[in-house]
Design a binder for this molecule. Structure first.
Ligand SMILES: C[S@@+](CC[C@H](N)C(=O)[O-])C[C@H]1O[C@@H](n2cnc3c(N)ncnc32)[C@H](O)[C@@H]1O
Length: 436
């Protein structure tokens, strides 16, 4: 939803060219099942739509490629929304499509999202939403009531995963602290550099010290109040002027000192004269930080020691003999004893107030050659939060498949709702599994 109430189809439409409807004159339900979006769904199933125009997300079908066919019944309401409070910004990112000089705010029919309109949309769609991305183009927290909007969403619909991305420059210390208590689940700070001089080359007119102070205030408030949300990310776009080992090491140190949950690098290809020449796709340099890249996986972390790493010893059968299979009867339960060790500097939480990011042990059912048959085959809770270096015995009950045969079980930890540890390079343990 753009800040004037028009609904566009996605985040890659900065100037509002592809409008599906307008919640100033219609309900969300009407827009979601209206003729524009219904025709678009039909067209996409048939291979393409005029509606998409010059959308940069559009990809040509390859020769003989059959378009993906999705259900035309998308339910009465969406499950996910982006909400734009304003397209205005307090800085001017170098050659960005949403820099104030582009005139982006003139493409909106309102400067700031009307609070009553916002409330009406949330009241109508909130129960069906699983996630709200509370940002788009511009800087959301320039809206005087943005923090109040976050509070409204989380107090009315606590099941919504509420996420925002900010440059951190518009929030006062008091607002940043208040935002921590709103219940917002995750906040990303876009801070592209670790010194004021390099930061301002992209974030023109920005103030590095203010962005860092706001991030510090949120981390401090979260720690002081003993809350496990919001999860705080520092997202750092690599440009040719901020990609030296020295500057990246400075960011790693600063993130550790502030108490940020996750530091990640972003690889970009624009602006053309600014992107990092060092970390280009396919380079050994990029490969060396692969798991620390924002888009590589959802757990990777550039903070020293914070990359999730575990060791899982499978202690059934015992005493262990290398290569000895786990054996079970078809359809019967098998108790497997494991010992899990935290090899990172961050705790593995056994519980989370909001039901995500708690860590559990998972067993994935694989064919004998390792092909995954069922990624979510079995789960076991950690008996308690595992601090850095801690270990715990974690029994896991596996129901043997009904079909006898030779399988394998892959044991890995999972940060629930986020990702498997393997995706950021943690070692898994694989055991042959013979079912009689
Ligand atoms: C356009 S900003 C708007 C939201 C907010 N004002 C902020 O700074 O996070 C949304 C996202 O775009 C990303 N972004 C900005 N310039 C980019 C670039 N040249 N390449 C890749 N991502 C970029 C930012 O890092 C941020 O995560």
């Amino acid at each position: 939803m753009l800040c004037d109430g028009r609904i566009v189809c996605g985040c890659a439409d900065p100037y509002g060219h592809r409008v599906l409807g307008d919640v100033r004159s219609a309900s969300v339900r009407d827009v979601w099942s209206g003729s524009t979006i219904s025709t678009l769904r039909e067209d996409l199933n048939a291979g393409g739509s005029q509606f998409c125009g010059d959308c940069p997300l559009k990809l040509p079908l390859k020769k003989d490629e059959v378009p993906v066919v999705r259900s035309l019944d998308a339910g009465p309401l969406p499950s996910r929304m982006y909400i734009e409070c304003t397209a205005a910004c307090n800085i001017s990112c170098n050659q960005a499509c949403c820099a104030p000089e582009t005139g982006i705010t003139r493409t909106r029919q309102a400067g700031m999202l009307d609070f009553d309109l916002f409330r009406r949309v949330i009241d109508e769609a909130g129960a069906s939403l699983v996630r709200i991305d509370f940002f788009n183009y511009g800087e959301a927290f320039l809206h005087k009531r943005a923090v109040e909007m976050c509070e409204y969403i989380k107090s009315r619909f606590p099941q919504v995963y509420l996420y925002t991305s900010t440059n951190g420059l518009a929030l006062t210390d008091a607002q940043a602290r208040r935002l921590v208590h709103s219940g917002i689940d995750e906040v990303t700070f876009s801070i592209d550099g670790a010194t004021p001089e390099s930061y301002v080359k992209y974030r023109q007119r920005g103030r590095f010290d203010i962005a860092i102070a706001t991030l510090r205030a949120m981390a401090d408030e979260k720690r002081r109040s003993g809350r496990d949300v919001p999860f705080l990310n520092w997202r750092y776009i690599l440009f040719k002027w901020n990609d030296s080992d020295a500057e990246m090491a400075r960011a790693r140190e600063l993130a550790t000192d502030i108490g940020v949950d996750r530091l990640c690098w972003e690889i970009t290809d624009h602006p053309e004269d600014a992107y990092s020449r060092r970390f280009v796709p396919g380079s050994a340099e990029l490969d060396s930080i692969r798991h620390e890249i924002w888009d590589d996986n959802n757990l990777g972390n550039a903070i020293p020691g914070a990359m999730p790493r575990a060791r899982i010893d499978v202690r059934t059968p015992w005493p262990a003999v290398p290569g000895m299979p786990l054996r079970a009867r078809a359809g019967r339960p098998l108790q497997v004893h494991t010992r899990v060790r935290n090899l990172s500097t961050r705790a593995f939480p056994a519980q989370a107030t909001y039901g995500r990011r708690l860590v559990r042990l998972g067993a994935q059912l694989c064919a004998a050659d390792g092909t995954i048959l069922d990624r979510d085959y079995a789960r076991a809770w950690l008996p308690q939060t595992l601090g850095p270096g801690d270990r715990a015995d974690v029994p896991i009950e596996i129901a043997a498949p009904e079909q006898p045969g030779r399988y394998a079980l892959k044991f890995d930890l999972v940060s629930e709702g986020i990702d498997w540890f393997e995706r950021c390079g943690s070692t898994t343990t694989v055991k042959p599994f013979w079912v009689r």
